[in-house]
Design a protein around this ligand. Structure first.
Ligand code: FA5
Length: 341
């Protein structure tokens, strides 16, 4: 009789557990109490053991244990499955969709940042490292270490803002090359991008503008290396069909010095408004590093030579985007910036 009851309990409760789904998962706890609790059905049947003859007790005892572990396992398997499902639901609810746009206005890099990124990519692919320097600079690194002593007439070309007699906002990123030459051991290839300042203001000149400086110091550097490097740079920047023109120039820190022009990407050299009818656009200054500058920085000028170039990023962005007024970059007019996307 007890054996029959136990088998029936096993079957009935087993079915009851099978019927419990996720939505009524809490009923598992009720079943647990109903079966295993103090006045639970299995507890009650177990008590019936007392009245059994001794020879039947082991068999019935084993059956009670079997029913207990069968039902307990069934309940805990279900509980585990429901817990996992609960966790998945919770994580689903808490998930933040980072791909979801916060609004429909998608931004874009500022045209000057876009040019800087492009130039940096090209130079890094040619083996250059990127270095930055301070915008507030000493007179020494901005001028004197670049072979431009006080009262040198070349200072007139770069009228900048002095904070006091020896501190200024840098007028050229060449100040970074002066700093780097002191601490680096040749050979090295660096580019130094950043903000620069001059007392200039017209449609192609701004008091705050951006330059990128390039410097290579090694043995046997020649003008041919500089010309090759700049030709690669200009063609990658403006297109393979770009014509490059090198003109003699003067900078106190390079000897010889050159000015580099590129064919106007707007008219391809024919002459238009952008290039004021000349077909060419002036873009950067460059040259072979003056041995005096190498010596000032502690580099043996008998063993090493170098080439350097300094390019205006604002000018480059103007050419690439056919912009005729540099002030557009700094007005934060969203209509202008939208056209640059
Ligand atoms: C120089 O600043 C030199 N340091 C470049 C150089 C580096 C020469 C290394 C040799 C070796 P320059 O004064 O010409 O050169 O300026 C370089 C570029 O900066 C110009 O071609 C122009 O594109 C840009 N630039 C100069 N002044 C302004 C300004 N006020 N606003 C916008 N761009 C400017």
């Amino acid at each position: 009789m007890l054996i029959e009851d136990l088998n029936k309990l096993k079957e009935d409760i087993g079915k009851e557990i099978d019927k419990v789904n996720y939505h009524i998962r809490k009923t598992l706890a009720d079943i647990r109490v109903k079966v295993f609790g103090k006045s639970g059905s299995l507890t009650a049947l177990s008590k019936g053991m007392r009245d059994l003859p001794n020879e039947e007790k082991p068999k019935v005892g084993a059956l009670i244990n079997e029913v207990r572990s069968f039902l307990e396992e069934k309940i805990s398997n279900k509980e585990k499955a429901f817990e996992e499902q609960e966790l998945v639901e919770k994580l689903e609810k808490e998930k933040i969709d980072i791909t979801e746009p916060s609004n429909d206005k998608v931004g874009a890099p500022h045209p000057i940042s876009a040019v800087l990124d492009k130039l940096t990519d090209i130079c890094v692919s040619l083996g250059f490292s990127v270095v930055e320097g301070p915008e507030i600079e000493t007179d020494y690194y901005n001028f004197e270490a670049l072979n431009t002593p006080k009262n040198h007439p070349a200072r007139d070309m770069q009228d900048t803002f002095f904070i006091n007699e020896n501190i200024l906002v840098r007028s050229q990123t060449s100040a970074v090359q002066a700093r780097e030459m002191e601490v680096r051991k040749p050979p090295f290839k660096i580019i130094c991008p950043g903000k620069t300042y001059r007392n200039d203001s017209d449609s192609t000149h701004s008091p705050v503008f951006h330059q990128i400086e390039g410097l290579v110091v090694d043995e046997n550097i020649s003008m041919a290396d500089l010309k090759t490097m700049l030709t690669i740079l200009m063609k990658r920047l403006f297109g393979e069909d770009t014509t490059i023109r090198f003109r003699p120039s003067f900078f106190p820190f390079t000897e010889p010095s050159i000015e580099v022009d590129v064919s106007c990407p707007n008219c391809h050299g024919k002459g238009c408004q952008t290039c004021k009818g000349t077909g060419m656009l002036e873009l950067l200054g460059a040259g072979i590093v003056n041995p005096k500058v190498l010596e000032i920085s502690g580099i043996d000028s008998k063993k090493y030579r170098g080439f350097a170039f300094g390019l205006g990023l604002d000018r480059t962005a103007m050419i690439l985007n056919s912009i005729n007024n540099i002030r557009n970059f700094y007005r934060n007019d969203i209509r202008f910036l939208n056209q640059m996307k």
